[in-house]
Design a protein around this ligand. Sequence first.
Ligand code: SF4
Ligand code: SF4
Length: 384
Amino acid sequence: MSALVDADLLQDIKKFGKVDVSACFSCGNCTAVCPLSNNDGTFPRRMIRYAQVGMKDTLLSSKELWTCYHCGMCSDSCPTQADPGGFMAAARRYAIASYDHTRLAWLMYTQPVFASILAIVLAAFFAVFMYTSHGPQSQTSMNLFGFIPEPLIHYTGLAVMVLAFIFGVAGIVTMVQKLSHQEMKLRGKSKVSGLKALWSSIGVESIGQKRYREDCATAELEVPWYRRRWLIHSLTMWGFLGLLVATVADYGLSLIGVKMPGTWVPIWYPTRLLGTLAGLAMIYGVTMFFVDRFTKANQSAKNSAPADWMLLVLLWIVGFSGFLIEISLYLSNPPAWGYWVFLFHVSVAMELILLAPFMKFAHAIYRPVALYYLSRAGGEASED
Ligand code: SF4
Ligand code: SF4
């Protein structure tokens, strides 16, 4: 690949995390300890080199950038405190911002005040928009969709998802164009079929978290199992997906006339049970991420960016407010606050989906795409 030099690359990446790799003298300690380093013996220091010499295109088309789960072993072993793990995390944020042509991701990552104001304004907008069409608060039984009409939530949600989908796909297309440059070079040398690579990247890695669980585990040998990063990451991810499935299934049941969404059902009702368990898993995972960040429990927690906090905050709000709604549904006298929490919950959930392509949430898509290309190459990545 022809690599144009961007003299500002290193400075730009620094805007995405407090990292300074100028002290790196390529000693190779990080490569020696990194559990993901392969036989060519240049990962992760090669990434640092790209940034040092301004090889922006090469960095952005790097599949290996997304294999790192920020275990931090490289940073612990670096003699110059160049923090290679922190650099990798900052470079991934930089990549997310660079794949997004609207520049909103760039602004959200580099201007935390702007991101916070945007989050508040967006949630307020959705709340006011839906409140203008509100109905009565039933005092006899909780009727959430009598308060905020179900069609309004449905069509607003649909519009939000379509927008998020368009922005998300645009980012993926940009990423794939860059990765395809590398794939072109591998043409004729691809060692793994497309289907097998798909299973490996989505099934084994993204859903099964194999490398996170196994390769990066040596960094957490002293950590109790219930606080290990792969577990709290899995619970957060599975919890979120479970809530999504429960919400969609609940809506599906209303379409075929089985039940009205948002109405009372026993706790063991399948969609309610799934939503409750998924919500518990997500709240536990996100809360543990908060605890790790507040106590700076590991290298990853020490290096979190404000925009990464935003994702956790929004997830936690959605999960916790969901539980408050559930409690209000089971109280004998429908409390007025249940209706307001419902309005708040729906507004923040809409905002979360709309902003997903512009914050850390996007890694849930970019990582599997990169891992797919890496898997096609047989797990070997020679990036330049
Ligand atoms: S251990 Fe530190 S100084 Fe050595 S190559 Fe890695 S980042 Fe550079
Ligand atoms: S943080 Fe861990 S996985 Fe990432 S480059 Fe460093 S040692 Fe490798």
